[in-house]
Design a protein around this ligand. Sequence first.
Ligand code: ADP
Ligand code: ZN
Length: 608
Amino acid sequence: MTPQEILSNIFGYQHFRGAQEEIINHILADGDALVLMPTGGGKSLCYQIPAIIRPGVAIIISPLIALMHDQVTALQQIGIRAAYLNSSLTPDQARFTSQQLRQGALDLLYVAPERLMTPHFLDFLDTTDIALFAIDEAHCVSQWGHSFRREYIELSILHQRFSGIPRIALTATADDLTRRDIIKYLGLEQAKKFIAGFDRPNIRYRVVQKKDPQRQLLSFLRAEGHQGDVGIVYCLSRKKVEKVADWLTNQGFIALPYHAGLPNELRKEHQIRFLREENIVIVATIAFGMGIDKPNVRFVAHLDLPKSLEAYYQETGRAGRDGLPANAWMAYGLQDVVMLRHFMEKSEADEQHKRIERHKLDSMLGYCEMTGCRRQALLNYFGDHLPHACGNCDTCLEPVAMYDGTEVAQKALSCIHRTGYRFGVHYLIDVLLGKTTARITQFRHDQVSTYGIGKELSKEEWQSVFRQLVARGFIKVDIEAYGSFHLTEQARPILRGEQRLDLRKEHKYKTSKDKKYSRSSRTNFTDSDQILWKNLRTKRLELSIAQNVSSYVIFHDSTLEEMVQQCPKNLAEFAQLTGVGNSKLQHYGKIFLEVLEKHTLKYSDVAK
Ligand code: ADP
Ligand code: ZN
């Protein structure tokens, strides 16, 4: 079969995406490749199709043991001979797989790197007919990243020991340092580089000023119709994870906590439920996510600021892998800035690393405070360019105004000075607003020249001013001295009136349902469509439980949506759906056609 025939007959897709076809042909012609594609870009097909066509077995190296079962089952479901070897198998299961391998009964074998590197396994491979090596999550070879894996460095021996066998390294991590490490450590200097743009156009980015984050989260979820959707909520601390999960549960969501402090068993159970079920919100620390490739995550929410744009992009990138509309939402406030700046000052790293960390944090803060298109800024950070504003981020949808903030900045900064550098934001705002509190009277700050000079702004507006001044480095916060505010060198020109400062004007916090933010074709569903959608999902869940696999292994949401929209009446029409190849047609065609037929009958009855 040709690559195109495999794509349509086996995978049930009509067209290749981006560079897929070119990459496949390159591997088929014995070439090595380095593939950089965003999450959800379709990297897997790039080695799966050559694996089927080339003689011998393809060895897929991946650190994501937890996913191998689903990945392999998904392939078996469409009739591909695939298996995996990792520490989760019983000795009997492992023996069975080795036997299949020996008999040449496999097209793909997924292995963990530590398994691959055992002398026994390498010897075994010497005598095996190998189609290709695919090195997934190739960024694990780089010590710069946050997912460094020592065994990945050793993968350089593949090049020497199995020369002549094509290797394809794949990653979604974009930055230049990582890319150079991959080439260097995996010996891919001669490999052809396929570098796709990193845009994730279906993800809508939004950053809101943090006030009452839990309530804000809830309004966001409601306004966006996310009840019943799959989502991830990231928090910084374990305690907060627990609290937010409890709270969302009380609000009617199925919310499960996930962090490194939970007993192993429970954590695993929550991860499995998240993968298998279709309406779970996982509330997690950053411990959650490496290799979560559930395609229909509809939102990723951050209640705390990530440390860097790399982390932010990776975490938000877990949304919308199926290409359907998804939300990345973040609440951000003064406290976030203060904490992250503090962690960085305390960091034990050497000067060079500190400089990198500082640059990363500044970029993150700059992103939060920006008034231009967020997507353009993100892509720019990763060395990618978007020539026009995206139209699908908050600043594009509701442009942010700037104002000349020189005078208010002067008031804020001099209030810090007048009160003797001993107070934090709440106190300073009270002084600016001319409040009468016991502390202000006690310290006689109702006598200073800045008392009551800030009545033109509300408390919230002052918070935004102080946050921007901290984020932009005019104010330093001393956590150890009760969060007292200090001025930096940079503040001088402002105070002396030598520098103008433009500030961002915050939007008023909205709770209303904003039509502009409604998403997904599902919002066009009629009531009867909604019922059908639910029934199709129930059928899918039933099948996935019976087979002990994640639902998307049976069908993706996008395929179910097409069923609702096109309502196929027979197998020939069913075969036209995206994601339905020969094998899925055979296994599930009749089952889902029955659900569709029942629904049509019932609703045409009602119509009569
Ligand atoms: P990545 O590994 O790059 O994150 P995947 O390989 O998991 O992405 O693919 C993401 C999704 O896109 C999967 O659901 C996959 O089945 C689907 N997909 C890949 N290639 C195509 C294509 N040519 N047409 C339609 N869907 C595709
Ligand atoms: Zn934009």
